[in-house]
Design a protein around this ligand. Structure first.
Ligand SMILES: [Zn+2]
Ligand SMILES: [Zn+2]
Ligand SMILES: [Zn+2]
Length: 278
């Protein structure tokens, strides 16, 4: 199993429009953050978590050519507004693509992308998507997927746990927990024994709808994943200065970061940073 970060930024992205701070003006590519999304792959299959407004640029920049299914965390704009870009993955695979979400998420998608789900003129084509209510637990392409309840301000949203059996029989396990300000006890119990925990940390200080860095570090200390990568990052975090403050097994994620799960844990595959095509 591999996980690649397509974007690690908060809803504004970094740089943020009209901001002249050090991080927004930084030439370090790790300080350039598109809206948050990951792709989880196993064998030749890929499962995309959320479709950001930058999905097209993310796919081009990181060479994503195949998406077999989409999982949705919630329907804030930074997580769904690229759904129309799924057309290219339909064309490349010559197939419909399933989208999984909670009932209220599927309702929102049908309302926001109304033209997709009713008979209208096709124009440049419409994404061909089938909508599926999230089961409690399911398997896609050999990946066991467990949707988990977390709280984003007052909004209940979904985090995902991914498990695959490794060569030695040990489970290889990762979880994507973004847009969260509170993790209920029953979800905490299901986030144990992770090789990699990906967790929301929007800024240093607490925030009404997201974890601040210190809250995220408290959760990591309690769950004790082998490794943790922080995402949904704002311009308050300079990549290298912040990483220097963090415990060894905790880092800020960066766009394009590619992690492979093996019997010793979740290790970075040092990516050639793909050239910036856009
Ligand atoms: Zn968000
Ligand atoms: Zn800034
Ligand atoms: Zn959100």
């Amino acid at each position: 199993m591999r996980i690649q970060f397509l974007g690690t930024g908060t809803s504004h992205g970094v740089p943020m429009i009209g901001c002249n701070c050090d991080v927004c003006l930084s030439s370090d590519p790790n300080n350039h953050r598109m809206r948050p999304s990951i792709v989880v792959s196993h064998g030749e299959h890929s499962v995309l978590v959320d479709t950001t407004p930058e999905l097209r640029m993310q796919a081009i920049r990181f060479g994503l050519k195949r998406v077999d299914a989409v999982l949705v965390t919630h329907t804030h704009a930074d997580h769904i507004m690229g759904l129309d870009d799924m057309r290219r993955f339909n064309d490349l695979a010559d197939a419909e693509i399933p989208v999984y979400g909670e009932p209220n998420v599927l309702e929102d998608i049908k309302r926001i992308f109304n033209y997709v789900f009713r008979v209208t003129q096709a124009g440049g084509g419409k994404p061909r998507l089938t909508l599926h209510e999230l089961p409690d637990k399911f398997n896609l392409y050999g990946i066991d997927i467990t949707p988990l309840r977390v709280i984003h301000g007052k909004l209940p949203v979904i985090a995902y746990r991914f498990d695959v059996p490794g060569d030695s029989g040990k489970l290889l396990s990762g979880a994507y927990v973004t847009d969260v300000s509170e993790i209920p006890a029953e979800t905490m119990a299901r986030l144990r024994n992770l090789d990699l925990l990906i967790l929301d940390a929007v800024r240093f200080e607490p925030h009404v709808t997201h974890f601040g860095l210190y809250q995220a570090l408290d959760v990591i200390a309690e769950l004790k994943p082998k490794r943790a990568l922080l995402t949904h990052l704002s311009h308050h975090f300079d990549h290298s200065r912040t990483n220097a403050l963090l415990p060894e097994h905790v880092r800020l994620a960066y766009d394009g970061q590619l992690v492979e799960f093996g019997n010793t844990g979740a290790a970075d595959i040092i990516p050639e940073h793909a050239p910036r095509l856009i």
